[in-house]
Design a protein. Structure first.
Length: 313
């Protein structure tokens, strides 16, 4: 053991946090706080939590710019085809809200956002045009007074949601003509090059002319801008919005890449939002590789990720 320097005395005591017998030099912060080496600096954090109820460790873990989420899907999510995992929803909601606050999903589908709200003790409002999907959502949520499902149009949020009342928006929008233009059973003809199973892209959500998924891409983006404006209006000042979106290809129209996340961000900024962050949702573990363009001169990357676009009012 190193010798104690002349003139320095040690104080011996039991740590006030863990009870371990320890000592420290008299006059040091550790001695004054009566803490052992392991507990020093690890006392209760009494600073006010302004955004959420996360610990520092949880905050740091959630701040990774690339995230993977367990992709366990329920039967209702499989029937929808494009629902994000509950694990994604619970993390986003826990980051941007406190218990009891209100979360809005203007394209709620089968209700994943509200499922997460019920788990976390948040109030949820979900709106959708598709009565079938809302029925699936209601079957899981039951008569929960804190989770409200509305059969309605996101273009008219003011009919269902009070201005300035929403603490967080979490959604994934319908994808314009993407679902109709992308070829189904995408991997079937590459079985001689791979052992992957053929996969089928989600079917269009409905034939409803009000469904944004049935619009041409220019009309779709115009409607998205209107939805963004409605969401902005019903959110409180300083609140965040997270939009889960995926880029795609329109090869039948000779468009190799559609930067959907950039177009959505243009709509958001025109509505008044600030682009705050971009998180990569890494889906490569759950998507088999497809041999795109082989063996021509056209080499395409597999788009194995989505974006979580974070905007703030």
């Amino acid at each position: 053991m190193a010798a104690t320097l002349p003139g320095r005395q040690r104080s011996r005591y039991f740590c006030r946090l863990c009870g371990t017998r320890t000592d420290a030099f008299v006059g040091t912060l550790r001695a004054e706080g009566r803490l052992c080496r392991q507990c020093f600096g690890k006392g209760e954090d009494r600073r006010p939590h302004e955004l959420n109820a996360l610990s520092g460790r949880q905050w740091a873990h959630a701040s990774k710019s690339v995230q993977e989420y367990p992709d366990v899907r329920s039967d209702k999510q499989r029937s929808h085809g494009a629902a994000f995992p509950v694990s994604l929803a619970t993390q986003q909601i826990s980051v941007y809200t406190k218990p009891g606050e209100i979360v809005l999903d203007p394209f709620v589908g089968v209700g994943t956002t509200l499922d997460a709200c019920a788990i976390l003790g948040r109030r949820g409002i979900g709106i959708d045009l598709n009565e079938h999907y809302l029925g699936l959502a209601r079957a899981d949520l039951g008569d929960s007074p804190d989770q409200e499902l509305v059969l309605g149009d996101a273009l008219h949020l003011g009919r269902y949601v009070k201005e300035g009342s929403i603490d967080f928006v979490l959604t994934s929008p319908p994808y314009g003509a993407l679902l109709k233009n992308t070829k189904g059973a995408f991997a079937y003809k590459w079985k001689e090059h791979s052992k992957i199973a053929s996969i089928r892209n989600p079917l269009p959500y409905s034939e409803d002319p009000r469904d944004l998924g049935n619009l041409s891409y220019p009309d779709y983006l115009e409607a998205m801008g209107r939805v963004m404006t409605e969401c902005y209006r019903v959110m409180r000042d300083g609140a965040y919005a997270a939009w889960v979106v995926k880029d795609f290809r329109a090869l039948r129209k000779q468009i190799p890449y559609v930067a959907f996340h950039m177009h959505v961000t243009e709509c958001a900024e025109e509505a008044g939002y600030k682009l705050w962050d971009i998180q990569i949702y890494d889906q490569t573990k759950f998507r088999p590789l497809v041999c795109l363009g082989y063996p021509s001169r056209n080499f395409y990357l597999n788009i194995g990720h989505s974006y979580i676009m974070i905007y703030r009012k």
